[in-house]
Design a protein around this ligand. Structure first.
Ligand code: PLP
Length: 473
């Protein structure tokens, strides 16, 4: 059965009209996702209708076993790819993808180090009990207070992003009487985006040092007492599918790395994160073990060509660890067929969240997918656009998807692959309270970040401070 002709004209070229719109695409959903005998979506052993009863909607759900499994898989992939060349690999979880105390505990428990990029992220990681020596600290504008906090906590490595920061950090290290290990962030001129990469001599962006400016910065760090340069760092982008961009970048960075060895050791090379995941059934990311081998081999070849020893490697995946573990649950509030000209009609399905819990479609035109979660349906699939409740026409959750044509108010809708950059990018736009995060494991659900109430929102309004409400000091 094909989709109605009017939908076909509006569907993006990549979106294939399915025969039925109940299936759960592999790789997009947590491995535990299935449907029970009544058709209800089950994640982590729990029917989502039960989660809706207990916690309401919208709801961010995260499958703990999925996070742990991906953390183990990624760590093993990079360790064994590095071991082929007799070196080690450290994997930092990029906390900006989704940081909470529990997530820090899961990933550190599985052997990952953690990367933070603000004082706030640092505080969460430390409060969760992360070993400071296994924290990395990034950012192009770390404040003196943030650097002080990192140095006092004993953060393992700080990634330097500017000449000004070298002086700042050297002064802080001197004050504390310590030697701080640092890396230098380098912009390789390679910028990878999903399938393609762009390689230029100078990339016009705020992060890092250009290849030509890096040697002077390295020299300055090496002169500074209190700083110990352990290596170069490079991150070429996010949601990258192939190895070509990483390989091109590695070649450029190793050339720089080799040229710097005359002035001292550089035991580490950090190649950042950016490993892509599947958001829809047509996304086809390179499996992480193949990526790891491709990148490690590329570094090895470049080192061999230059006759230098291969450094230990470090990586910083965020999305690849948590992305697939997250599912957002929404309730459908309204549906509205909209005539869009030339006889074409699009069905708008409005849910009770939106760009406040998932700004990625609005920010990056990111694609997501969706399924009816409270039931299956044999109704003919129709093209829909899932939208939120915000006062913004760009408030799109899923730009284009086929759902059963009888989708109706009261249905529970699930959007998969929302574990990364949804919670962390969320806002209170339109004073919509942020949902709770519920972690699932072994058939148990527990709140790991509580949801906001309207009182939470009012509590910050200083204009209301003269009329304290009950329960608020
Ligand atoms: C964002 C970022 C990462 C993580 O990116 P993912 O796409 O989530 O893997 C790693 N390193 C740096 C420096 C980043 O800015």
């Amino acid at each position: 059965m094909s989709a109605p002709p009017q939908s076909r004209t509006l569907a993006p070229a990549w979106l294939v009209a399915p025969h039925e719109a109940n299936g759960l695409a592999p790789l997009v959903w947590p491995s535990s996702a299935t449907r029970d005998e009544t058709g209800v979506l089950v994640v982590g052993g729990i029917p989502v209708t039960r989660l809706q009863e207990q916690f309401g909607t919208p709801l961010w759900v995260i499958d703990e076993d999925e996070v742990r499994a991906r953390a183990r898989e990624v760590l093993e992939a990079f360790r064994s790819a590095a071991a082929r060349h007799g070196v080690q690999a450290r994997v930092y979880y990029a906390g900006k993808a989704f940081l909470s105390a529990e997530v820090v505990r899961w990933v550190t428990d599985e052997g990952l180090a953690v990367d933070v990029c603000t004082g706030g992220e640092l505080a969460v990681a430390l409060a969760a009990g992360a070993d400071p020596a296994r924290l990395g600290f990034h950012g192009n504008n770390k404040s003196v207070a943030e650097l002080e906090a990192a140095v006092s906590a004993g953060v393992g490595s700080i990634v330097i992003d500017s000449l000004i920061e070298i002086e700042r950090l050297a002064a802080i290290a001197a004050r504390h009487g310590i030697t701080q290990q640092v890396l230098l962030r380098v912009n390789s001129g390679v910028h990878a985006e999903t399938h393609d990469f762009l390689a230029t001599a100078h990339e016009d962006q705020k992060f890092g040092f250009t290849l030509s400016d890096a040697p002077a910065a390295v020299a300055r760090i090496r002169e500074a007492s209190g700083l110990e340069l352990v290596g170069l760092h490079c991150h070429i982008g996010s949601q990258i599918f192939g190895t070509a961009g990483f390989e091109e970048s590695a070649a450029r960075i190793v050339e720089l790395h080799a040229s710097l060895l005359a002035g001292g050791d550089l035991p580490v090379l950090n190649l950042g994160g950016g490993f892509g995941i599947a958001y829809t059934s047509v996304d086809d990311p390179t499996p992480i073990d193949r990526l790891a081998v491709g990148i490690a081999d590329a570094v090895a070849v470049q080192c061999e060509v230059r006759g230098i020893p291969m450094p230990n490697l470090a990586f910083e995946p965020g999305r690849a660890i948590v992305g697939r573990a997250g599912v957002t649950l929404y309730e459908v509030g309204t549906t509205k067929p909209v005539e869009v000209g030339e006889g074409a009609q699009r069905l708008y399905v409005s849910v009770d969240g939106g760009m406040s819990d998932n700004p990625r479609p609005a920010l990056y035109a990111a694609d997501f997918s969706a399924r009816l979660a409270s039931r299956t349906s044999g109704a003919e699939p129709v093209l829909v656009r899932v939208v939120g409740k915000h006062c913004e026409s760009g408030d799109v959750v899923v730009d284009a998807e086929y759902l059963p044509g009888d989708v109706a108010p009261g249905d529970l809708l699930a959007v998969p692959a929302t574990g990364a950059y949804c919670f962390s990018l969320a806002s209170n736009y339109n004073y919509v309270p942020r949902p709770p995060v519920v972690a699932l494991r072994g058939g148990e659900a527990r709140v790991i970040v509580r949801g906001e109430s309207i009182d939470d929102l009012l509590a910050r309004d200083a204009g209301l401070a003269t009329t304290p409400r009950e329960g608020i000091a």
